[in-house]
Design a binder for this molecule. Structure first.
Ligand code: OAD
Length: 238
């Protein structure tokens, strides 16, 4: 096994406080497109039209249709070896473990992860634009206040869910090790979390087949896909 992977595996075994930050790359091997890779969603679709309040107000049907399509992709996909390894790592960790995800596909939960902080929402729920009621059915108008229902996903220009992000920041501050897997580390505030960990004295481990904004700052850069690398960090994979 690669010496760096072996070293990180030892570090993880010796620690009781782990945070993980994941992005779209972790679901790539489940067949879900990332955003900023050459074949990613933002190469084919306009974030202004599909991931902003202005886009929703201009054409709610088009936006709802796109999220229904993505929800269908996510619910028919299966968790891959990377998701499963992170669920196993949570089981193995005796102290605190937080999985902070920018992903909206729910594959971490389906793989068995428990303490998942969805900082960008999810594709499964809808939320009322006015009263913020959350529902899992597909009604278009909120039965409580008649507001417009929208996907419960954070759009450009919007705040992250405050309590969830506060918990993510707390995990970033207090963990001994943060694993950052499958994210371009370009979208803030989530991309700032590994820097918080580093500032508070924690070790930052990046898992990604490509270099990112974070690579030069991470203590360990494990080059490869998450479904390949993450299983090596847990259990007995040689
Ligand atoms: P990006 O598409 O920006 O980045 C995906 C990252 O995954 C890249 O760094 C790839 O190199 C890496 N990658 C590709 N295949 C991989 C694999 N098999 N294993 C591991 N890594 C792989 O996706 P995010 O960083 O998640 O926001 O993007 C952040 C946010 O931007 C998303 O949450 C979304 C988007 O706009 C919202 O929807 C609010």
């Amino acid at each position: 096994m690669d010496a760096q992977i072996e070293r990180v595996r030892e570090i993880l075994r010796g620690t009781t406080s782990i945070a993980v930050l994941t992005g779209a790359g972790v679901s790539a091997e489940s067949g879900i497109a990332t955003f900023r890779d050459p074949d990613g969603l933002w190469a084919k679709f306009s974030p202004r039209e599909l991931a902003s309040m202005d886009g929703f107000l201009a054409n709610p049907e088009r936006v709802r249709e796109w999220y229904a399509y993505r929800k269908n992709v996510a619910t028919t996909a299966q968790p891959n070896a990377g998701h499963i390894a992170l669920a196993a790592l949570e089981q193995q960790t005796t102290g605190s473990f937080s999985l902070i995800t920018q992903n909206v596909d729910r594959l971490h939960q389906r793989a068995g992860s428990r303490n998942v902080l969805e900082v960008h929402g999810n594709l499964i729920e809808n939320r009322c634009n006015d009263c913020e009621t959350i529902r899992t059915d597909d009604v278009l108008i909120c039965p409580d206040c008649s507001g417009a229902m929208r996907p419960n996903v954070v759009w450009f220009g919007e705040e992250l869910p405050q309590d969830v992000f506060a918990a993510a920041e707390q995990a970033a501050m207090t963990c001994d090790v943060m694993i950052v897997a499958g994210t371009s580390a370009e979208v803030y505030p989530a991309a700032g979390l590994p820097y918080t960990t580093k500032r508070y004295g924690g070790i930052v481990v990046e898992v990604n087949p490509n270099r990112t904004e974070l690579s030069s700052e991470a203590h360990y850069v494990l080059t490869g896909t998450s479904a390949h690398i993450l299983p090596h960090l847990v259990g007995d994979v040689q």
